[in-house]
Ligand binder design. Structure first.
Ligand code: NAI
Ligand code: MG
Length: 397
């Protein structure tokens, strides 16, 4: 074969369904690769007490490129109860394997494009002047810092004496929380480093430059969260000096969410920390069709993993005929193809997807605005496989 090996990690639920569909589409578009399957997800938590086995880490260390479906996560107690009997009470603690992957390989740059497909009945519309109904064309790419901020896991409930003493060195802590008993405190930290902040900003500017976006918007809250958001915006002003033709905009996350429906077509590249990046990317994804369309890349210096934003949707996992939309996964595979330089193949696939959507003949249940039930396929909705087949037919034409 081509000598290229991709690590597939189907994971749980519909992750398994949509990943195999994406592989089918890539094959039809002429992509040649070997695939090796990496174990990940709930099954391995239950059987081995580890949803991200070391052998999967090794595969990614070796082959560098991963294509991931989705995993199921459950709260700590529920997770502990589902461990196989011989593992129970042995100190295994569940943590999300996809978060684990991002941290292990320092996949610090998360890219989430949200681009309108013409003819998608789920596209956002708004009322314009008079009675005009407008359908703004969204073409936004969100760069989310993927490893730090509020997701770094540096947090305490009932912080011990040492931590409490350290917090008490901050005058605002003393003033606002100094009298609260430690056992009534829960603290989550928001830590930004210069190195990671520079990397997400620089990657965003370089992307805007390469693909001709006119602006980079830092979407944080620097006037309130002065140290972390403030640092990101200050650094953005510095980095922008290398990209003088690109405008630097500054929006607050709260205002941005309001403006989302007012003028989404005005934004190009958006950069944000981990939490705000998650929020703003879900917001924009909603404008272009939601979870059935939202794709993403997690990129580190050595390893990159591509995945749809949606989860394992357990309630649809057991359907004999799958009804979920494979486009988010297929678009994630296109991001992988671009990353490894297979631009012609990704362009072919994207064109096929766009044509199927604009034809409007083949639509999954979400596109038909139906409640997701097994009977949707008798009511005119396409199955997952039929959607894939339609895309492949366009590619082959
Ligand atoms: P979810 O994304 O799995 O599903 C939410 C709803 O979105 C579904 O019920 C369905 O109506 C819709 N949906 C999702 N994917 C779709 C698709 N491809 N086509 C059409 N409709 C689709 O999120 P939920 O229900 O909150 O979580 C289910 C499980 O997935 C949980 O265990 C959660 O922890 C996990 N999860 C995993 C993620 C990952 O693997 N990266 C991300 C989000 C959730
Ligand atoms: Mg999310």
């Amino acid at each position: 074969m081509s000598g290229r090996t991709i690590v597939t990690m189907p994971g749980d639920g519909i992750g398994q369904v949509v990943l195999s569909e994406a592989i089918r589409v890539m094959g039809a578009a002429g992509f040649k690769a070997d695939y090796v399957e990496g174990d990940i997800g709930w099954e391995f938590w239950k059987k081995e007490g580890n949803p991200l086995p070391d052998r999967t880490i090794k595969l990614l260390e070796k082959h560098k490129i991963g294509l991931f479906g989705a995993i199921t996560s459950k709260p700590k107690d529920e997770a502990a109860n589902e461990l196989s009997p011989e593992l129970q009470g042995k100190g295994f603690i569940y943590s999300s394997p996809i978060v684990g992957l991002r941290q292990h390989f320092n996949l610090d740059v998360c890219i989430r494009p949200c681009k309108t497909y013409k003819g998608n009945p789920l596209n956002f519309i708004r009322r314009g002047r008079g009675d005009a109904i407008e359908e703004p064309e969204v073409d936004v790419v969100i760069f989310r810092q993927n490893t730090e901020g509020l997701y770094s896991g540096v947090e305490w409930s009932n912080p011990d004496k040492q931590i409490h003493a350290a917090l008490m060195t901050h005058p605002k802590f003393v003033k606002n929380f100094g009298r609260v008993p430690a056992e009534e405190l829960a603290v989550s930290t928001r830590i930004f480093t210069k190195n990671a902040t520079e990397r997400i900003l620089y990657t965003a500017f370089a992307y805007a430059n390469l693909y001709g976006y006119k602006s980079v918007t830092v979407c944080e809250k620097p006037n309130v969260i002065r140290e972390t958001s403030g640092m990101m915006f200050r650094m953005a002003k510095e980095i922008r000096k290398d990209f003088s033709q690109i405008e630097l905009w500054n929006t607050n996350i709260d205002a941005q969410m309001m403006w989302l429906t007012k003028n989404p077509e005005d934004y190009g590249v958006i950069v944000a920390g981990n939490m705000f990046g998650d929020i703003v990317s879900d917001g924009f994804a909603g404008l272009i069709g939601g979870l059935g369309f939202a794709c993403s890349a997690n990129i580190g210096e050595e390893v990159a993993v591509f995945e749809p934003t949606h989860g394992s949707a357990p309630k649809y996992a057991g359907y004999i005929v799958s009804i979920v939309n494979p486009i988010a996964m297929i678009a994630s595979a296109c991001m992988m193809l671009d990353y490894i330089g297979e631009h012609d193949i990704s362009a072919k696939i994207r064109k096929g997807v766009a044509e199927v959507i604009s034809d409007g003949k083949v639509r999954t249940y979400d596109m038909m605005k139906m409640p997701g039930k097994p009977d949707v396929i008798y009511k005119g909705a396409a199955s997952t496989q039929q959607m894939t087949d339609a895309i492949i037919q366009k590619i082959n034409r």
